[in-house]
Design a protein. Sequence first.
Length: 66
Amino acid sequence: MLTINGEPAATATGTTILALLTARHTPIEHLVVEVNGQIIHHTDFATTTLQTDDQVEIITFVGGGR
């Protein structure tokens, strides 16, 4: 089973990163996606497919400060 941010997720094998983010209503601006320890470039979201047992981390950047 695929793991997203440390949680098991039922996602079909072969789903692209872009399809995953779209299904989760996650905007692709200001985020980094890492699959099995490798950062995936935004231009590769539509062509990078996910496989069973992949470890996915979705990291969103949040601005702020003074």
